[in-house]
Write a protein that binds this ligand. Sequence first.
Ligand code: ADP
Ligand code: MG
Length: 290
Amino acid sequence: MAVLPNVCGHNRRANFHTADRRYGRTVKNFVDLDRVSLRYGEDGEGTLALQGATLNVGLGEFVAVVGPSGCGKSTLMKVVTGLWPPTAGKVAVGGREVVGPLSITGMAFQNPTLLPWRTTLANVMLPLEIVQPHCSKLKRERAAYDAKARDLLTLVGLKGFEDQFPWQLSGGMQQRTSLCRALIHDPSLLMLDEPFASLDMFTREELWLALQDLWLARRPTVILVTHDLREAVFLADRVLVMSARPGRIIAERIVDMPRPRKLVTTYEPLSIALVHELREHIGAVRVQAI
Ligand code: ADP
Ligand code: MG
């Protein structure tokens, strides 16, 4: 079983921890969803967002989830991180059932949601004030944490902007800051819900490279939700396709391309073929939904 740092929101009893054969080897799964359904609302009323969603993500694997709008992608993220309990089925992370919000998770969304009264550095350090064991150690070890935050900012090209406020940063710089904030407490699981959707294409591509560097340096398990199939193929080890609502995983494609990947990779035949294939899947799902 994986050793989890400072786990909260986990059932202490061992639950299930599966392994699958992928990439020509046996991969130990870190995230396990077993026939998960989620209905918003009470007494069988309300929206059925997920139905029978089964998903396994290996330790250190980078998975992208794509699917039509409203199919339950964000709901899937809420279920994995324990922000919303499933109506049926089981969710486990690191071999333990998820029973509440997980502190081993880092998250970034479409909107960077930085605090406007905090500098870039202070925004990145925010989780350290909330997540244990860091908040107990922060006072004593502030210099070390400060250096760690600066190192992360340097890694994403924000050296020299540590003391600027969010309103002094471009959208892309704010999103880089948000990525650093998601990673400062060394989460074993990084959950990214359309983090680049509001950015222009050039900034988005720059951030793909920054995210790839962060992932290669730290190797968290990543689940990335995106509408952008090029983004999914560029970044992920495996792309999962969801059905229309109620969502479940209906197809998967392994992206067998060496790393670090370069942007030019996205124009190579293998990438183009994968993007086309995924587009056809999504097209078919959307037609079924009409
Ligand atoms: P996606 O991220 O794929 O666009 P969501 O997971 O956000 O889809 O939503 C799936 C469905 O669940 C949608 O029909 C949406 O309206 C509904 N939904 C999402 N969140 C809530 C909520 N908090 N309460 C009620 N319904 C919700
Ligand atoms: Mg969403």
